[in-house]
Design a protein around this ligand. Structure first.
Ligand SMILES: [Zn+2]
Length: 67
């Protein structure tokens, strides 16, 4: 079986830096579940912010909808 990786793209509203992470399905479930909004912390300025899953990771959002 192939290990699919989901790409999560976020950008901090405070400092504007963007981050990219790749998570497996298991990690996505563990970290975010199938919520429409994800809570994130900027690695640069440590600001906490929310992003919509459909913006952060459209692919994961789609899969959650299909269930
Ligand atoms: Zn930041």
């Amino acid at each position: 079986m192939s290990k699919k990786r989901y790409e999560i793209k976020t950008s901090c509203p405070q400092c504007g830096c963007s981050a990219l992470s790749h998570l497996s399905k298991e990690e996505m479930m563990e970290r975010y579940g199938d919520v429409p909004n994800v809570e994130l912390e900027c690695g640069d300025c440590m600001a906490k912010f929310q992003a919509e899953m459909k913006d952060a990771c459209p692919e994961w959002d789609q899969e959650c909808r299909l269930k």
